[in-house]
Design a protein around this ligand. Structure first.
Ligand code: ADP
Ligand code: MG
Length: 520
């Protein structure tokens, strides 16, 4: 019998670097049998990295991991699995074309190593047993159907069933509910409750306040790769947690704002905007949001991942389907059906993922800059190269894009310079309303501040900016007003005077900013 007072899992002094960047510093963490230990922290705090070390995905770390009192070092996910450590990553890993029963069998093979023969009858029997044990109501006929035919929530549970096919002692869940709706979350929580009674230790990554306080026994907070604090749920109220997560210094951030004035004309109006999920069974991504942005104003859209800010920007840019509600530009009705139309009406969108949707890596810096404004450089169907080149040179200089030549391919530039080139592209279209989605993600600190300065310069003569960001310091540094979204709804609005990172984060987590902490 293992001693219940001893932790199942103990991490001491864990450190991890990616190249020259240290992302975990001397982290201690422990997990007891039958407890849910929540790992919380802002985006980029290092939560997933810590989980990936435990799951055998990253092996080059410093420090020690002990499992049941013995030092272990997992060299692969299979090794972690053989030791009873199961992990559910955010991205599901079922083979869509294979039946559920075979998927479950794959999990077992991974746990035992190669050489386990795939036998249909035993596979089916085991699958039924595994599902029943987890309270999953699936018949043999269901289990024979391809995994791809099931909704995400069921796949998620199968994923857990798969992870639990071996003798699991430790279950790692990385933000498991981001793709689930309310009823599905309840099922997941019941499942976790059932695992607890079996003595499984659960590490649960989340930044959703309501969830954390429902299921956590203990909570550990990481910030910038460091363990900031650890407490029992009952002695660690939300206010403490939020303070741990963002640090005190941020609330008194030095802000130098743009000059958006309450008397400036309205540039953009949005009334009762709804953006449906592509899957009609899922809740709307944006739910009845209304606001305005004035000329010369920088308005921030704050919220945690999945809050709907990106979808809102895409809807404004004519990239979302099924949008309802009304929009207006400078007092005229606006209902874009494509980005082309949005650009023609004076909008620009810098997307969050420059690799997937913005940058054209194979072409030159110059053409990446002029791409969205190309029609302007044509006369009688011919591209006027000298005009194009001149425009690119001007924009590159204005934004401080550093490169040897504008003819070099953009993929050879640093992240910061790539982002400046993309901003230059949208600046060249002369937008009235500039939409920014995480404008400085993956950008070094120097380039970040140059980008902030340019944005402030641009709004002065009357451009309007709507910027989605999960970075508190960025919102506080740039915005005249901050709108906070929580699960697609407008949860709070703050003027720049008196707004703090704490207030934004608490609203983003769906808590009432003024309410007293329930556990104080
Ligand atoms: P969290 O899960 O708390 O949001 P992560 O553990 O994913 O944070 O990331 C922590 C830091 O490590 C971030 O700055 C992230 O950019 C960086 N990072 C994560 N994975 C990698 C990787 N494979 N290569 C380089 N940097 C990474
Ligand atoms: Mg993560």
């Amino acid at each position: 019998m293992p001693d219940p007072s001893k932790p199942v899992l103990k991490l001491s002094g864990i450190g991890k670097s990616f190249g020259a960047t240290r992302v975990l510093h001397d982290v201690d963490f422990d997990l007891r049998a039958g407890e849910v230990h929540v790992l919380a922290g802002e985006n980029g705090a290092g939560k997933s990295t810590l989980i990936k070390i435990l799951a055998g995905i990253h092996h080059d770390y410093d420090g020690m991991i002990e499992l049941h009192g013995s030092a272990v070092r997992f060299v692969s996910p299979a090794a972690a699995s053989r030791h009873g450590v199961a992990v559910i990553h955010q991205e599901l890993s079922l083979v869509e074309s294979m039946s559920i029963a075979d998927n479950l069998q794959l999990g077992r093979e991974a746990a035992r190593g190669a050489g386990w023969w795939l036998n249909r009858r035993t596979s089916m029997g085991r699958a039924v047993a595994a599902c029943r044990e987890l309270g999953l109501n699936l018949s043999e006929a269901d289990l024979a159907r391809p995994a791809g035919e099931f909704p995400v929530a069921v796949k998620h549970q199968i994923e857990i069933a798969k992870a639990l096919t071996g003798d699991v002692r430790v279950l790692l869940l990385d933000e498991p509910t981001s793709a689930l709706h309310h009823g599905e979350v309840e099922r997941l929580f019941r499942l976790i409750g059932c695992l607890k009674t079996r003595g499984v230790g659960v590490i649960y990554i989340s930044h959703k306040m309501d969830e954390i306080y429902r299921i956590a026994d203990r909570i550990t907070v990481l910030r910038d790769g460091r363990r900031i604090g650890c407490g029992d749920r009952t002695t660690c109220p939300p206010a403490t947690l939020v303070q741990w997560m963002i640090g005190r210094e941020l609330s008194h951030h030095n802000r130098s704002r743009s000059v958006g004035s309450a008397s400036a004309p309205v540039a953009l109006t949005v009334t009762d905007l709804r953006v449906p999920h592509r899957d009609p069974r899922r809740p709307d991504l944006v739910r009845g949001v209304s606001f305005t942005v004035r000329a010369g104003e920088v308005v921030g859209l704050a919220g945690l991942q999945g809050c709907g800010a990106s979808e809102l920007l895409r809807a404004l840019f004519g990239e979302a389907g099924g949008v309802t509600g009304t929009m207006g530009l400078g007092g005229d009705p606006y209902r874009p059906s494509s980005p082309r139309e949005a650009i023609a009406r004076g909008l620009a969108l810098l997307t969050a993922d420059r690799k997937a949707t913005g940058l054209v890596p194979t072409i030159s810096v110059e053409r990446n800059i002029t791409l969205a404004a190309l029609p302007r450089f044509s006369r009688g169907g011919f591209l006027q190269r000298s005009v194009e080149r001149g425009a690119a040179r001007r924009q590159a200089a204005a934004l401080g894009v550093r490169c040897a030549s504008l003819a070099q391919s953009i993929s050879s530039l640093s992240g910061g310079n790539q982002q400046k080139a993309l901003l230059a592209r949208w600046r060249e279209t002369g937008p009235r309303v500039l939409l920014l989605d995480e404008p400085t993600r993956g950008v070094d600190i120097g380039a970040k501040h140059e980008i902030y300065e340019r944005i402030r310069e641009w709004v002065a003569p009357g451009m309007a900016v709507l910027m989605a960001s999960t970075e508190m310091s960025e919102l506080l540094a740039l915005c005249d007003r901050v709108l906070v979204l929580h699960r697609g709804e407008l949860a709070a609005e703050f003027a720049s005077e008196g707004v703090t990172a704490e207030k934004i984060l608490i609203a983003a987590m769906g808590e009432q900013p003024q309410s007293d902490p329930p556990f104080a």
